[in-house]
Design a binder for this molecule. Structure first.
Ligand code: BG6
Length: 466
């Protein structure tokens, strides 16, 4: 039985209900299951089913047939709850469990604002709902080290770490998990995946959307907490980790945590915070707001593999393109025997491995090749992998779908661990304590001009889909 807290919210509508429907349609949910929606507002079961149907039609990838919808809708019910008045939820859970029979396992998904995490967990503890349960906790997990520690303490007072699934949906993306396959299932890439061959790494997640009416959330959160300390650092963990002993949750998370431990504290002098022009005019935004809608940073991983290799991270709202890209820039060969191509933008055109991890994702190796003809001139060439060229992509799962499934199966490999999260907040402390002032940027640009100084002598590199 799944209880979806925040069932009337944005995340539930955009991702979770369509994702659960898709899992049900694909036959990936248990044969007998129930989904209980919960939020503060009072709704009947039918009203909740109708909201869920509208969400699935609007945000799901395929429109359900009447028959598919009926089968899914039969499993849905609703029970309002506040910490002071949980009774409607208790009744709904009781009815759902009676319908299932026996002692079904419980999975709680806390798709609620961070401020509601602790009261919701308190309610679960007080009402006995915590028994036989797993819990998915949304991001951002805390707002700094002290609050993340306090939240971990609150959770651990009721749940053992083995029952806790801190979700970061980037870790469920096909192309992010494929980084593990690319690195550790091939003899081709891993031998060059280190400081001897790589001169820099860029992790770039520009978005075209603005804040889309989420002023209350965004003013409190900002891009660093919404995107960097969460999604981009987790992707960095996969790019930078040592080969794990195995892909089990313990070994995989030991390795990402070791990466986070090797990151020196962030240097605010190597961070650019930006705010798009017009942000302060959005309803609900403070006209003097210093919240960043853009952040670029140079970070390091000071270990044997990566010492001296900068990792450039960038993410922001209202930028020119929506992309999710990891680029590895390789060192040049020791001897330059070919003339430099004056037309190339990059003064030192180096080999690059580009991993676009926004669904459906692709990987491209950029390299120099001889242009056909009498002269020995070089041109940039590309070898590309696209999922659809090699695989049937019908069964590809979106990040949330994959992770909800893993939580149902009890596999924590792709979820973050308490110590890893706390270390990331520790690394972030100097920036949170002394953030540089926000610099304005034009909507539709790539962010404030000073990001070019941050990355020099390299360049922000974002090739179009090959
Ligand atoms: C969410 C952030 O976690 O991730 C959003 O809160 C962001 O601000 C989103 O837009 C990006 O993820 P995706 O996978 O939907 O592009």
């Amino acid at each position: 039985m799944i209880v979806l807290f925040g069932a009337t919210g944005d995340l539930a509508g955009r991702e979770l209900l369509p994702g659960l429907f898709r899992l049900a349609k694909a036959g990936l949910l248990p044969t007998r299951y129930r989904i209980v929606g919960s939020a503060r507002s009072t709704l009947t079961d039918d009203e909740f089913r109708e909201r869920a149907r509208r969400a699935v039609v609007e945000f799901g990838k395929v429109e359900p047939t009447d028959e598919e919808w009926r089968a899914f809708a039969d499993s849905l019910s609703y029970g309002a709850a506040t910490p002071a008045q949980p009774q409607p939820l208790l009744d709904a859970v009781d009815a759902a469990e009676k319908a299932l029979g026996g002692h079904p396992r419980r999975l709680y998904h806390l798709a609620v604002p961070p401020i509601a995490f602790a009261p919701t967990i308190g309610m679960l503890a007080e009402t006995d709902l915590a028994k036989n349960a797993r819990i998915i906790v949304e991001k951002p997990f805390g707002t700094d080290l002290a609050s993340a520690r306090a939240l971990n303490d609150t959770i651990h007072a009721t749940f053992d770490e083995s029952q806790v699934f801190r979700i970061d949906h980037f870790l469920g993306k096909e192309s992010v998990d494929n980084i593990l396959a690319l690195r550790f299932a091939n003899g081709l890439f891993e031998p060059i995946w280190n400081r001897d061959h790589i001169s820099y790494v860029q992790i770039d997640v520009p978005e075209t959307l603005g804040i889309e009416g989420r002023a209350a959330f965004f003013e409190q959160t900002g891009t660093f907490r919404d995107m960097i300390v969460t999604h981009l650092f987790q992707v960095l963990g996969f790019v930078a980790m040592e080969p794990p002993t195995s892909l089990t949750a313990k070994h995989l998370r030991d390795e990402t945590t070791k990466v986070f431990e090797a990151m020196p504290l962030l240097d605010p002098g190597r961070v650019v915070r930006g705010q798009f022009r017009g942000y302060r005019d959005e309803p609900g935004v403070d006209p003097q707001s210093q919240t960043e809608t853009f952040l670029a940073a140079r970070v390091e991983v000071d270990n044997w593999r990566w010492s001296g290799v900068p990792f450039y991270l960038r993410s922001g709202k209202a930028l020119r393109q929506k992309r999710q890209v990891v680029t590895l820039g390789f060192k040049e060969p020791p001897l330059r025997m070919f003339p430099l191509d004056r037309d190339t933008r990059d003064a030192t055109p180096s080999n690059k491995l580009v991993i676009e991890f926004d669904d459906p994702g692709w990987i491209a190796a950029r390299f120099q090749a001889k242009e056909p003809g009498a002269a020995l001139r070089l041109g940039e060439a590309t070898m590309t992998f696209r999922y659809a060229d090699s695989f049937c992509t019908q069964y590809a799962l979106a990040g949330y779908e994959r992770l909800i499934l893993e939580a149902l199966l009890g596999d924590q490999s792709l979820f973050t661990r308490a110590d890893g999260i706390e270390r990331l907040w520790e690394v972030s402390a100097p920036l949170l304590d002394s953030p540089p002032p926000v610099e304005a940027y034009a909507p539709g640009s790539w962010g404030p001009d000073s990001i070019d100084r941050l990355i020099a002598p390299h360049h922000w590199y974002l090739p179009d889909s090959p």
